[in-house]
Ligand binder design. Structure first.
Ligand code: FPP
Length: 253
């Protein structure tokens, strides 16, 4: 599918965001506040993932993208990295049937070569089993980084079209965008970051060019349908101009 680039054209927008991208932050602090190990926060974080997938499905969101593990998260203590991997494996094993029943297509994006063979196999299997589902595309970004994505897309473009090296002026936006790991999805309409920090942390840095950015203090394990509705209400008040003036959008105002 060809997606409308927010810099080359004007994407269609609606009351409900078509694509929601979330940085699920605050698991550790949620747990620490309760004198629990950080792992307890991640376990509760999986429950929030379930709630949000359901809420998005019911509200007609077509793409939901969750940042589960960044290229930089390997810098965490080995024990926490290992717990996150186990959680990932367990969740894939347990949840795929439910995703199929809900009509959810699952995609995992990121540099998957860093994961062990079992996890890579589970990922391929889960993607295959949910292929063809149309209610919602759930993308989990794992060992993902926006800079990694842009680099791998540029490398792929040069591999596929070696003449671009000799004619760099022909290297255009679409040559790159078509090779990003989420080329199947439109650019996000709404970005949400929980946990109080206000940064993008190397998430979908190419695709967030014109995305509405929403930050909430709510820790991820506490996030659910009500918090999602607050974010959607905030989104509905945005005027998405994509470089145009207000007057162009509402000549009578
Ligand atoms: C950020 O909180 C959260 C993560 C790095 C991991 C997110 C993972 C999950 C929600 C569970 C696994 C998800 C799936 C899809 C199986 P943090 O640890 O940085 O929290 P802190 O900032 O309070 O320390």
């Amino acid at each position: 599918m060809t997606q409308t680039s927010s810099t080359l054209g004007i994407p269609q927008t609606g009351q409900v965001p078509c694509h929601v991208a979330i940085i699920m932050d605050g698991n550790g602090r949620w747990a620490t506040q309760r004198y629990l190990p950080r792992s307890a926060g991640h376990v509760r974080g999986v429950q929030a993932v379930r709630r949000v997938v359901e809420a998005c499905g019911r509200r007609g969101v077509q793409y939901l993208t969750l940042f589960a593990f960044s290229s930089e998260n390997w810098r965490r203590p080995a024990q926490e990295v290992s717990l996150l991997m186990q959680l990932f494996v367990r969740t894939l094993e347990k949840e795929v049937d439910k995703l199929v029943a809900q009509g959810v297509r699952l995609r995992i994006v990121g540099d998957l070569s860093a994961f062990d063979a079992k996890l890579q196999g589970l990922i391929r299997d889960a993607e295959r089993r949910t292929e063809g589902q149309t209610a919602l595309t759930l993308t989990i970004a794992a060992n993902y980084g926006g800079r990694w994505d842009i680099l791998q897309a540029a490398q792929a473009a040069l591999r596929d079209r070696p003449e671009l090296a000799r004619h760099p002026e022909q290297f255009d936006e679409s040559a790159l965008a078509a090779r990003l790991s989420m080329a199947y999805a439109p650019e996000p309409d709404l970005f949400i970051r929980t946990g109080g920090e206000q940064r993008i942390s190397n998430f979908l840095i190419w695709q967030l060019a014109y995305t509405e950015l929403y930050f909430t203090d709510c820790y991820w394990p506490d996030f659910g349908a009500a918090e999602m509705d607050q974010a959607f209400a905030w989104y509905q008040d945005r005027e998405r101009r994509f470089g145009r003036t207000s007057q162009q959008l509402r000549p009578s105002a």
